[in-house]
Design a protein around this ligand. Structure first.
Ligand code: ADP
Ligand code: MG
Length: 481
């Protein structure tokens, strides 16, 4: 099958030599030919550094960059069919427009008539036909940026990198240029990799958005995915307006937050701590008795297309957009459709489970003996000749009735194809991309689910064995009264 990925980044990491700062960490991305991909994230999150590695101005500390399936990791910038447009136009002020655009081609000793034809063509593309003789300082900011784009396009790159190209323009100009860039992308059919910290720009222009924070990918998806199904609290918070509450899964498809129990569609295991993300436009205001939760209107602000209404519900505040005006102080109910509630697992995914004590006073899980002894696990506990075990204070531990609680971190569990190799086997029932790794939820025969982090992509419903090293487990004993 033909490889349709024009660019692939594999485990790309950039650590700066001077201070050891890791600006980009384990970045994995596939860009399809002709795609409009946007890196979106706050200032300092590593967008420019990633772009510079793609362009060849910086070398990754680790990882590989592939162009059409072949490594270009160490190829110098001029050997890559890639051109960059920077935020600052970097035009030569003493040259006219023709000379600015023709500069690179003249360096390559291209024939004059070919250069003239190419310059004319790109000037048409950026809608500045006939501007050849004009000097740079007679142009507006938007026009200068179009020249910078024309200068990049004249090399006929396969990929155009644009690093916050509209950042220096005023709002009106920026909006116009967004539309023009999008049209240019369509007309040219080449791949655009675009950088912005402006979420609205990313949402309106891109085929695919890569949300970044602190050097790490948070989520990759279409604008709709990113907006409607943020995978974590960072993405939800960064993109659009959201209400974010912490809560817990009380049952299958039921989440408790903001003082109510809501039906939801995210299948997350019972007992997990979660964050619930709700967009203000997704909350329906009802009569108090008809809502899942109740509250009192604490402020109302008209915003042109809707009112922004703050509703206090116990200790929580919900922001709601509504086209209807409501008085401050009014008691209301709130309803949210299950599909409008986005539940993401909270940061702590520690697995908690119970293990058994067998007749040899060994710990067992899933009828398999754990390679450790009770007395080794519980500091200062002793086993007496009659078989009873006493704890450090000399108190007898009633092993028949004791409950041993075990916990293990998701990153300490390994998945294996060879299901018999694991302490327990199960089926992958949920998979969430966490930026640099995946969070898997494994549903086991014991009706207990495990959270596992793994850098590799497994398939939903795969059967896997879970390898759980005993030395990574921690145990507590619960004495029953
Ligand atoms: P962005 O483009 O998303 O604003 P950058 O990629 O420019 O972010 O920078 C990411 C981080 O790397 C920042 O904290 C920045 O200070 C740091 N950084 C960038 N270049 C260097 C460098 N040459 N040496 C050390 N740190 C750097
Ligand atoms: Mg930058």
């Amino acid at each position: 099958m033909e490889n349709t990925n024009i660019i692939e980044l594999k485990n790309v990491t950039k650590r700066f030599e001077d201070d050891g700062f890791v600006a980009v960490e384990d970045f994995n991305l596939e860009v399809k030919r002709g795609e409009f991909v946007t890196f979106l994230g706050p200032s300092g999150c590593g967008k420019t550094t990633t772009l510079r590695m793609i362009a060849g101005f910086d070398l990754p500390t680790h990882g590989e960059i592939l162009l059409n399936g072949k490594s270009i990791t160490k190829l110098p910038p001029y050997d890559r069919p890639i051109n960059t447009v920077f935020q600052r136009y970097a035009l030569f002020p003493h040259m006219n427009i023709y000379e600015n655009i023709a500069f690179g081609l003249k360096q390559k000793k291209m024939p004059k008539d070919v250069i003239a034809r190419k310059v004319k063509r790109v000037l048409t593309l950026v809608d500045l036909e006939g501007f050849e003789e004009r000097s740079i300082d007679t142009l507006s900011g938007g026009q200068q940026q179009r020249i910078a784009i024309a200068r990049a396009l004249v090399n006929e790159p396969e990929i155009l990198l644009l690093d916050e190209p509209l950042g220096a323009l005023d709002l009106k100009m920026r909006k116009e240029m967004q539309v023009e860039l999008k049209n240019m992308h369509k007309k040219l059919g080449i791949t655009f990799i675009y950088v912005t910290h402006d979420q609205e720009e990313a949402l309106t222009m891109s085929d695919k958005i890569v949300v970044m924070n602190e050097g790490k990918i948070q989520q990759i998806g279409t604008p709709e995915d990113i907006y409607n199904e943020p995978v974590n609290v960072f993405v939800a918070d960064f993109i659009g307006e959201s209400n974010i509450f912490s809560g817990i899964m009380t049952k299958k498809l039921k989440a408790r937050f903001c003082g109510g129990e809501f039906d939801c569609v995210d299948d997350i295991l019972e007992g997990m701590h979660v964050s619930a993300v709700i967009r203000p436009e997704d909350v329906e205001i009802t009569k108090p008795e008809e809502g899942t939760i109740k509250g009192v209107v604490s402020s109302v602000v008209f915003q042109g297309i809707h009112y922004e209404i703050a509703i206090q519900s116990g200790k929580n505040e919900m922001i709601v957009y509504s086209t209807e005006h409501i008085e401050v102080g009014e008691k209301v109910g709130m309803k949210i459709k299950p599909e409008s509630i986005h539940v993401v697992i909270a940061e702590d995914h520690t697995n908690h489970f119970q293990v058994d004590i067998n007749s040899d006073y060994r710990l067992e899980y899933n009828n398999k003996v754990l390679d450790t002894s009770l007395t080794k696990l519980f500091k200062d506990s002793k086993r007496l000749s009659d078989g009873t075990v006493i704890d450090a204070s000399g108190e007898k531990i009633d092993l028949e009735r004791a409950k041993i609680h075990a916990s293990i971190q998701p990153q300490d569990i390994k998945m294996t194809d060879n299901v018999d190799e694991g302490l327990i086997e199960g089926k992958i029932s949920n998979l969430i991309y966490q930026g640099s790794y995946y969070l898997y939820v494994i549903h086991t025969e014991l009706e207990h689910d495990f959270a596992v982090y793994d850098e590799y992509l497994w398939n939903m419903h795969d059967r896997v064995g879970l390898i759980m090293p005993v030395d990574k487990m921690s145990f507590t004993i619960k004495k029953s009264k």
